[in-house]
Design a protein around this ligand. Sequence first.
Ligand code: 5AD
Ligand code: SF4
Length: 480
Amino acid sequence: MIQRISEKELEAQREYAEKVKTAVSAAGSEKGRALRFCVVTYGCQQNEADSERLAGMLYSMGYEKTETDADADVILVNTCAVREHAEKRALSVTGQYKHLKEKNPDLIIGVCGCMVSQEHRLDDIKHRYPYVDIVFGTSYLWRLPEILYRRLSRRKRLFLLDTGDDGNIAEDVPVLRECGYRAWLSVMYGCNNFCTYCVVPHVRGRERSRYREDILKEARALVADGVKDITLLGQNVNSYGRGLYEDYGFPELLSDINAIDGDFTLRFMTSHPKDATRKLIDTMASCEKVAPQLHLPLQSGSDGVLRRMNRHYTLDSYKRLIDYAREKIPDLTLTSDIMVGFPGETEEDFEATLGALRDIRYDMVYSFIYSRRKNTPAAEYEDQIPEQIKHERFERMLQLQNGIGFEINRGYVGKTVRVLCDGESKNDPSTLSGRTAGGKNVCFTGTCAAGEYADVKITEARPFVLCGETAEKGDKNDDI
Ligand code: 5AD
Ligand code: SF4
């Protein structure tokens, strides 16, 4: 049974937060400056959303935000466990904090998120990183005030193993958003799918949906705050409402948010192909605020591999859904996750994936090399693929997909698109960057403030970005 964390428990956290705030204020007076926090984030959008909540709680406890870890009095590393590479990076950055702690013994170092929801990683940190003060998994996030309070008052290290089966949801946790006009909105947590390669159900626990009234309240508040682009988040948004409502699911939720007054765009991720329905596509097509964008991870083009991944769809059923979506939403931007080197993947299986990429023609693909994850079934499969073959396949896939993405982008040259501007481009500050409703990256010249819309005439296509200039008034808006 899904339960909101009770008001009484949340109130207890607010009381802890007040106590920490008093201590932080006293320490600040002693130091002659406000204490500062830094949250370092690895992994997916869900983690980014979690980090904004960690930041919100720290801010409510009187800490100020800094982007520089060396300046901070509290550092939290919000980790990912999906691939080994992400774990290694988080461990390596945590390792570097040893020197900061030597310089400043009052520094509090925390490691949280998916990686430390695995017992072996929690033990690793406990024994190999003695300067780490607090460790807690994702379902303890809302208890940060209590965790900090306990650490500050007792000076004992704190390790909270997340068993992943805490099905509770904490509402009304403070948030400090990174951006004023783009926002994440989690509609559900956890995952029940148990794809055989994936660690997420083990570290984020079982699927649980938020009550629709809580989501709608948050969505209304975001729009009232001037947010123009909302991304609904969940590991598998298409199973939203399961176990909570009889006849209210993700399409109904989309329609309800779409009906909120205001000029904003609504998008969502991630959809599992086995649960994405024609009703979802019809809803996307009929809701004017829902972006023409679909991220639908295929993972592999081989039905045999899909079966062993426990994905519950075939290439054929997937393609039929895509055909339907493209018919209903002609300007659809379609993206996917593709994995190479899953155990037992033959050259023929891999060719089937390349064939699928050629047929489907995604705008963009997030590509991954299979990474063996402890406690997942695929990690035990005997036919693991040698690293060299995995890398070769990865390169071949990239080459093919980059060519396809580039070709699709070239089709935009000469068109005018509406772009939500993100300000100066990071790569070239003399230009601006932003994204279309479909999620295409655009860099452009002209004047436009971050958070405002610009009509941009596309003059050049690159493999991952469209380039252009702000259009003269009167240019036709092709509205992609
Ligand atoms: N190895 C490689 N990629 C993985 N993903 C999930 N688990 C693994 C793994 N063990 C990829 C999938 C998923 C994306 C978020 O990460 O493609 O869709
Ligand atoms: Fe992992 Fe599969 Fe769940 Fe996605 S749907 S989080 S890949 S188990």
